[in-house]
Design a protein around this ligand. Structure first.
Ligand code: UD1
Length: 353
């Protein structure tokens, strides 16, 4: 049997690594491109260990057109899932040009190479951030979009580029997936979220406090107009999210066009709900302190995921309890995250220590 080969950009990142496992389980062959700017080589070994499969990996930057074309030349790629990109909101405000250059040029280079090699099946990783501050939840795909920071703008612009592309060349088949708040980890505890430095996002902050790496978590505001005053988000288990990509990919291969889907659970939880649920299922204390609001945070954001259910037959299945349990298992087994003492020369991985 010939397996379809899917190129995953950013395949060693938090979402990418979970996606790769699901693709391999789902009977696809994969090729990973990652520049390791926010991921570790160790992840590749763990993916091989979990899947018991060989995985082709290129330490390649999407800025490097020659290298991207080489990947297409050397592999018979049938479709692409594009996740590679910078994703820190705060950093994007300090370095907007870096974000534009990387996230926009990265997509354009990828599209140019795909076009040259006659591959026009693409699943693109977008974000709920494109719904901006003014829409009222539940958020639906047809709402007016806006952003509040350069990171969000790069996602929105990438969506515009893809829509324009399809409008001028209908040989393309494109699925745009708008992620809500991915949390949790693979049940093996071997792969998970490993942010560089101080975590920006809620769940890695909670898990780091729970294992004693940090003293307490700062809750950004308890004066929002929500039931307990803290912000409400649509947390989704990263494995559910990964499975959504497989459903989107099936649709992508079976039809032409451009489609947009929310990937969320449709249910919102407050920051305090998450902390309390985490404490209950892990039996660990998560001390917190209420501080001022974080600029750019919207009070309530959750999805209407019904379009993905209707058109892809996908819905999230895991509970907030599962998300907390799995995130904690990963952090407890890997208190310092991945090992970083590995380097790649050619196709060989070397370890020091
Ligand atoms: C953030 C980004 C969003 C990005 C997403 C995925 C902002 C404003 N938004 O979403 O664009 O797509 O991450 O990376 O940064 N919280 C605390 N204390 C903390 C951390 C978070 O109270 O230490 C609160 C936040 O105020 C928010 C909730 O937890 O209410 C979730 O925060 P976070 O995990 O950063 O996700 P978003 O802000 O929804």
């Amino acid at each position: 049997m010939i397996l379809l080969t899917i190129l995953v950009t950013g395949g060693l990142g938090y979402i990418g690594s979970h996606l790769c496992i699901e693709l391999l389980k789902g009977g696809y062959e994969i090729v990973i491109i990652d520049n390791l700017s926010n991921s570790r080589l160790d992840t590749l070994e763990r993916l091989k260990e979990i899947s018991k499969r060989e995985i082709r990996f290129y330490q390649t930057d999407l800025m490097d057109m020659k290298e991207i074309k080489k990947v297409f030349k050397e592999n018979s790629i049938k479709g692409v899932i594009h996740l590679a990109g910078f994703k820190a909101v705060g950093e994007s405000k300090d370095y907007p040009i870096k974000y534009y250059k990387n996230n926009i040029t990265g997509l354009i280079n990828l599209l140019e190479a795909m076009d040259e090699y006659n591959i026009r099946n693409l699943v693109f990783s977008s974000s709920a951030t494109v719904y901006g501050m003014d829409n009222k939840s539940p958020l639906t795909e047809d709402m007016v979009l806006s952003t509040t920071n350069p990171y969000g703008s790069t996602k929105l612009l990438n969506e515009v580029i893809l829509k324009d592309l399809y409008a001028t060349d209908d040989r393309w088949s494109i699925e745009i997936l708008r992620y809500f708040n991915p949390v949790g980890a693979h049940e093996s505890g071997r792969i998970g979220e490993d942010p560089e430095g101080i975590p920006n996002n809620l769940m890695p902050m909670i898990t780091q406090v729970a294992i004693g790496r940090r003293k307490k978590i700062f809750i950004y505001g308890n004066d929002y107009s929500t039931y307990d005053g803290t912000c409400i988000r649509d947390y989704i288990h990263v494995v559910d999210l990964a499975k959504g990509h497989l459903k989107a990919l099936e649709k992508n291969f079976n039809s032409k066009g451009i489609n947009i889907y929310n990937l969320g659970t449709g249910r919102g939880y407050s920051v305090l709900d998450v902390i309390k649920t985490f404490e209950r299922v892990t039996e660990r204390m998560v001390p917190y302190e209420i501080v001022g609001r974080r600029l750019g945070d919207v009070a309530i954001s959750y999805s209407d995921p019904s379009k993905a259910y209707k058109e892809l037959g996908w819905k999230a299945e895991k509970s907030l309890e599962d998300m907390c349990r799995d995130a904690f298992r990963w952090q407890e087994k890997n208190p310092k995250g991945y090992r970083t003492n590995q380097w790649m020369f050619g196709n060989e991985i070397y370890k020091i220590g």
